[in-house]
Design a protein around this ligand. Structure first.
Ligand code: IMP
Length: 448
């Protein structure tokens, strides 16, 4: 049975949690593979809203194995709040497992994240979530990070590790950031608190995943953020510090590439982005306001207003290539209802030279110098959130989806027409069927 990667195909906030929640019903195991509490995954179930930052949303199904994988970074206090909230709602967390290889976000990581952003100023700041994500990954790459497994070490060994960390890090924190020096004993005390929170969940997840594979279980790999925020493939430096792309699902979970059977890209029917960086199809007009207001485009983690714009096919084709996407799940189609015309960016034009670009540029300097070339399609006015079959969608909505799939050379397997689970149109069973589409162009909407 398959391992399926659910990846954000844009700049994050595409609605991954809803798709995971839908597919988790058929899955045995859900693995979060990168990022930390910068993520905000919202699931609406029977009118009740659940917000996740670290715990895989599959936890809402009793008995599904939920793993926070080696590629993640974990702020234990945030995890504790999330677990407490789940327990208050009588959601059991006994099937949650945390990799000892995941890294721990410490208080100074959060402090440095904010200080770095402030020092960059409005012009140059990344617009991070200030959750300490970048500084935690910096220490991981610098090989002085504290891993979850370290929290379980005996005190003498842990103290030695912390003393090394203090020796390496404290001068930098004091001299560059003006923070108080780190203290080994205080860090040890904090680690004891973190141990109490995390110890019940820390498990050798490699063994769990090996057993899941042997048992032919369905494994969902849950990405956070999105392709354009990928450290290597996104709009660097306006990116996050991990790899949300499908490759990151392997390194971040411990499953090898051959274990992945298919990759589903989640995209809104339009585009949003939070934080700084170029965004060619961004709208600054009443339509942008419509998308923001009707789509409730405010960050789950930070509450920040998201920047909104039209669907960008060159960016999506890039995401499809980088992630080997088998199919697309198009979310928030209902947000487009009421617009008299809908635009899709099909290519870019360089604003100075007039050159036409059909590919997504690798340099953000170039991306900042292009303007979108749009194809204009008629809109629709009928509400669509009650519709459950593709055939019943207004003709203009069907044409929009067909054109989107055609421009992206990739089938659409699922359409979301509202935040609730049931507000979904399934065109294919993404777990079983999408991988069998021999030629996606022959089935532009993925009805395989
Ligand atoms: P960081 O991940 O907090 O370091 O932020 C780096 C960039 O990624 C900023 O532009 C953030 O706005 C963006 N970002 C981080 N997490 C998310 C997310 O879950 N959704 C959308 N954008 C995010």
């Amino acid at each position: 049975m398959p391992a399926i990667v659910i990846v954000g195909a844009q700049w994050g906030d595409e609605g991954k949690a809803k798709v995971i929640d839908l597919l988790a019903e058929q899955a045995d195991c859900v693995v979060r593979y990168q990022g930390g509490c910068n993520a905000g995954h919202t699931v609406v179930r029977q009118g009740e809203t659940f917000k996740f930052h670290l715990v895989p949303s599959g936890i809402l199904y009793p008995g599904k194995t939920c793993i926070i994988g080696p590629g993640t970074v974990i702020a234990p206090e945030v995890l504790k709040d999330e677990l407490d909230n789940l327990h208050q709602k009588n959601i059991a967390t006994g099937a949650l497992y945390i990799s000892p290889r995941a890294h721990v976000t410490l208080p100074h990581h959060m402090a440095v994240d904010g200080l770095k952003e402030d020092a960059l100023g409005d012009e140059q700041k990344i617009g991070t979530t200030r959750r300490g994500i970048g500084p935690t990954y910096e220490d991981k790459v610098g090989r002085i990070g504290l891993r979850v497994g370290d929290l379980l070490l005996d005190d003498d060994t842990l103290r030695q590790k912390l003393a090394h960390l203090v020796h390496q890090k404290s001068p930098l924190l004091e001299k560059v950031y003006g923070l108080p020096p780190l203290d080994t004993s205080e860090l040890l005390r904090i680690c004891h608190e973190y141990r109490n929170i995390m110890a019940p969940y820390v498990t050798d997840v490699d063994a769990l995943l090996a057993t899941a594979q042997e048992n032919q279980d369905v494994i969902l790999l849950e990405g956070a953020q999105g392709t354009m925020l990928d450290l290597d493939h996104g709009t660097y430096p306006y990116v996050t510090s991990s790899n949300p792309t499908a490759g990151g699902a392997c390194t971040g979970s411990g499953l090898g590439p051959k274990a992945i059977d298919q990759v589903i890209g989640i995209t809104k029917a339009y585009t949003t982005r939070v934080g700084s960086g170029p965004f060619p199809t961004e709208l600054f007009d009443a339509i942008g306001e419509h998308l923001c207001t009707v789509g409730h485009e405010f960050g789950t983690t930070t509450g920040r207003k998201r920047r909104c714009g039209w669907f960008d096919a060159p960016a999506m084709r890039y995401a499809i290539q980088i992630n080997s996407l088998d199919s697309l799940a198009v979310t928030k189609l209902d947000v487009l209802t009421g617009l008299s015309e809908i635009r899709i960016c099909t290519a870019y034009r360089h604003m100075k030279t007039g050159e036409i670009l059909t590919a997504f540029p690798s340099q953000i300097e170039l991306l900042a110098q292009v303007e979108p070339i749009y194809e204009i399609l008629p809109g629709w006015h009928e509400p669509i959130s009650h519709i459950r079959h593709h055939d019943e969608l207004p003709p203009a909505a069907k044409d929009f989806l067909a054109r989107l799939a055609e421009l992206c050379h990739t089938p659409v397997a699922l359409i979301s027409v509202g935040p609730n689970r049931d507000e979904t149109i399934m065109l294919a069973d993404p777990i079983r069927a999408a991988a069998t589409c021999a030629n996606p162009l022959d089935v532009p909407l993925g009805t395989c």
